[in-house]
Design a protein around this ligand. Sequence first.
Ligand code: ZN
Length: 289
Amino acid sequence: MKLANLDGRAVALVDGGVVDLAKASDGYLPSEPDEAIARLADVKSWFADHGPEPTSDGSEGEFLSDLSRLGPPVTSPRQIFAVGLNYVDHGTETGLAIPDEPLVFTKFASSIAGPGDPIALPTETCDWEVELVAVVGTCGRDIPARNAFDHLAGFCIGQDISERRSQMAGSPPQFSLAKSHRGFTPIGPWLTTTDELDANDLAISTRIDNETVQSARTSDMVFDIATLVSHLSGICELFPGDLIFTGTPSGVGFSRTPARFLAPGNVLHSYIEGLGELRNPCIGKETVR
Ligand code: ZN
């Protein structure tokens, strides 16, 4: 099942169109995208019982291709975890040692953006990091790795946009603020539930305009999804809608020679096999509304 935020309402994407959850169920299912994820079990059982016909929105192909009507599939998570150095090649390119246990920081929820939203670049040193994002479905503490997927609603694509100057300004570097400027956390284009694919082995890539700059497989992760869920839940209670950014593969801009960063006019394409694509145009700071 694919759940999306279409014009601010929770919808399921089905063959031939969309199903507006609240309208189709006469208000039994929620209209809020975040609530729909928290009630995923109800959504699934209602669909199994009712087999609803898609509404003839008529614009399915249109909004899936232009993305402008799609908002982030999760709008207000309580927690956003992000994992650093979780692909060996990325550790190598940064010159930093792969940690013995997950290196975790946070991105703040005010930086969340939709799958087609513009990214206003606050400086000339903003970088890309495509990441598989795991979305928590049910609460849990001390979740064993073998049960981790039972606590996930699904997956989407994310970009962990990073302002490298402030990230690297001190010693040790700090991550959370440098990665939480407005629009620095585009996610989507929709949530794909865990039963639809094997998230442990998917192609993942970033393209800037027509040039591929990152290309790897999620099977290259140092700490896999289940290990991350188990580790995090051993410290923090996980809540429905929480996001776990699982790290980025090699190919980021700041570790290139010469370093390369996002520029106004670039279009950032983020792709994960089976999950769709984000397409975020980069704009200059002065054009921020
Ligand atoms: Zn990252």
